[in-house]
Write a protein that binds this ligand. Structure first.
Ligand SMILES: *Cc1c(COP(=O)(O)O)cnc(C)c1O
Length: 379
């Protein structure tokens, strides 16, 4: 049996090695490392895949969210609502821009932003909402977009974990994760569903003026060469990464299917176990399973994770601490107990190996050991 990893990038590379190697060789020969044709090609291929007018490549997912928020011309002290159960990057850039992150709880089934909690958190200072499509399925965007419209709020989607997920509106229209708000952001970090071989990210928008602004901001606030109209940043996707991404984009739907197949295996193995709550599928969204994250009930999580590690099965905890309990983000506004669902999730979740290369033998090995561990360490 192949070694079990949370993400198996080596095996994935071996399958597409000739294409990737040739693509890299091309860039090396051309030496067009920055803003070369490979970046333009990937950009337009991704626009087609997402059915979005503009893809603005940038340096990573964190910068994508930062640049998106910079484009909104918010003022220090303006409030931006996001969830307390997410990766830190979402709130980090809000704080870095001297905006005020306002945290809200999540839905206990989908782990995604609770729309009613968003409504309660809106004040006169609220300017934007950043829903996170956590673990690979879309937040409930239709009611969120309606709420945002009513209160004149910008919606910037953090789609770093959900590229390729599709949301269906009540009228039957479907849209891809990251293309529903005024802007959407994604990450091409190697372990993400569409990952490059280094750092990368992108912003999506259907708004022409916003796209022009974003392209200026990622390039030092420069709209005409050497004329700088606003304070920008330097945030670029390089050609080598774009070339990898353009190869992998062709396989993205296939990769998503492999992940969904692995998830279906886990669902089947764990669905009936009273100690395990398998991830719920949101009503109107597909799930691309960036992570397979479930909840343990009355089970010693620490011992379970240790046991799994002894069997050479990595099990991760995404995420152990909600943002409002992180040292850097603690302030007088929040205390333990304020976001009970997120706090409970932080105590209960485990994420199993999830990637495009899991085979039946590995899935069987993981599942049987997990079931054994649950039995041994139930409380
Ligand atoms: C990965 C991730 C980011 C940041 O992406 P980087 O490319 O690592 O900067 C932001 N938000 C979420 C939810 C993520 O999973």
């Amino acid at each position: 049996m192949r070694k079990i990893q949370m993400v198996d990038l080596q095996s994935q590379y071996q399958r597409i090695k000739p294409e990737i190697d040739a693509a890299w060789q091309n860039i090396m020969e051309s030496c067009a490392f920055i803003n070369g044709p490979a970046v333009k090609q990937f950009q337009s291929d991704l626009e087609q895949y997402l059915h979005v007018k503009h893809v603005i490549p940038c340096g990573n997912g964190t910068e994508a969210i930062q640049v998106a928020l910079m484009a909104l011309d918010l003022q220090p002290g303006d409030e931006v609502i996001t969830t307390t159960f997410t990766f830190i990057a979402t709130a980090e850039v809000i704080a870095l821009l001297r905006l005020t992150p306002v945290l809200v709880d999540v839905n206990p089934d989908t782990y995604n932003i609770d729309i009613q909690a968003v409504e309660k958190a809106i004040t006169a200072k609220t300017k934007a909402v950043v829903p996170v499509h956590l673990f690979g399925q879309c937040a409930d965007m239709e009611p969120l977009l309606q709420l945002a419209e009513k209160h004149h709020l910008h919606v910037v989607e953090d789609a770093c974990q959900a590229i390729g997920a599709q949301y269906t509106f009540a009228d039957g229209a479907t849209k891809m994760a990251g293309t529903m708000g005024i802007m959407g952001c994604t990450s091409f970090f190697p372990s993400k569903n569409l990952g490059c071989y280094g750092d990368g990210g992108a912003i999506f928008t259907n708004d022409d003026a916003m796209a022009a602004k974003l392209r200026g901001i990622v390039n030092h606030g420069m709209f005409v060469r050497y004329y700088h109209d606003m304070v920008g940043v330097n945030s670029r996707l390089d050609s080598l990464q774009a070339a990898v991404l353009d190869v992998k984009l062709k396989y993205l739907n296939q990769y998503i299917q492999s992940r969904q197949k692995a998830a279906a295996y886990y669902d089947e193995a764990f669905g009936e176990n009273p100690h395990l709550i398998i991830p719920a599928k949101g009503k109107n969204t597909t799930h691309v399973f960036h992570q397979y994250t479930m909840r343990l009930q009355q089970t010693d999580r620490q011992k379970l994770v240790e046991y799994m590690a002894q069997q050479q099965i990595p099990v991760m905890i995404y995420y152990p601490v909600p943002l409002h309990m992180q040292k850097a983000y603690r302030d007088e506004r929040y205390r333990q107990g304020d976001f009970p669902v997120s706090e409970q999730l932080c105590n209960e979740v485990i994420s199993l190996p999830m990637h495009t290369e899991l085979d039946e033998e590995q899935l069987q090995y993981i599942s049987s050991h997990l079931l054994r561990a649950v039995q041994m360490f139930s409380l």
